[in-house]
Design a protein around this ligand. Structure first.
Ligand code: SF4
Ligand code: SF4
Length: 114
């Protein structure tokens, strides 16, 4: 199997990796409100695609999104924060207008290029 250089940890970088004694019990996050620092959108396998032309700004998606990834500016939905959206699909399921559709990441990549 080919080795991906991006996944190889060099011995010099190992010194900066925390040992088990330094990690809080249960691996809990001790600093509240730190979620924005982590780009959890990288976990996503499905991507929501929002069609602003169909959107009636009811904000149902904003209420339901468990990750706070629906972007609202001056009271208006302006898009989806893909750096933090985990692709659960709740917004697409709850949107009464069918404004948000879910696509597999590879398919979504092609769709946004078009
Ligand atoms: S797919 Fe899930 S996480 Fe992403 S915007 Fe929709 S509800 Fe939020
Ligand atoms: S639920 Fe649908 S129509 Fe309502 S604000 Fe969200 S995307 Fe727009």
């Amino acid at each position: 199997m080919a080795r991906d250089p991006a996944n190889i940890i060099s011995t010099s970088s190992l010194s900066s990796v925390k040992g088990w004694r330094e990690i809080p019990i249960g691996g809990i996050i001790t600093d509240a409100g730190s979620s924005e620092e982590y780009e959890t959108g990288g976990w996503r396998s499905f991507r929501p695609i929002w069609d602003w032309q169909k959107c009636v700004n009811c904000k149902v998606c904003w209420i339901y999104c468990p990750d706070g990834s629906i972007r609202v500016r001056d009271g208006v939905v302006v898009g989806i924060d893909l750096d933090h959206c985990k692709g659960c699909g709740i917004c697409a399921r709850e949107c009464p207008q069918g404004t948000i559709e879910m696509f597999e990441e590879s398919e979504a990549e092609e769709k946004v290029k078009r």
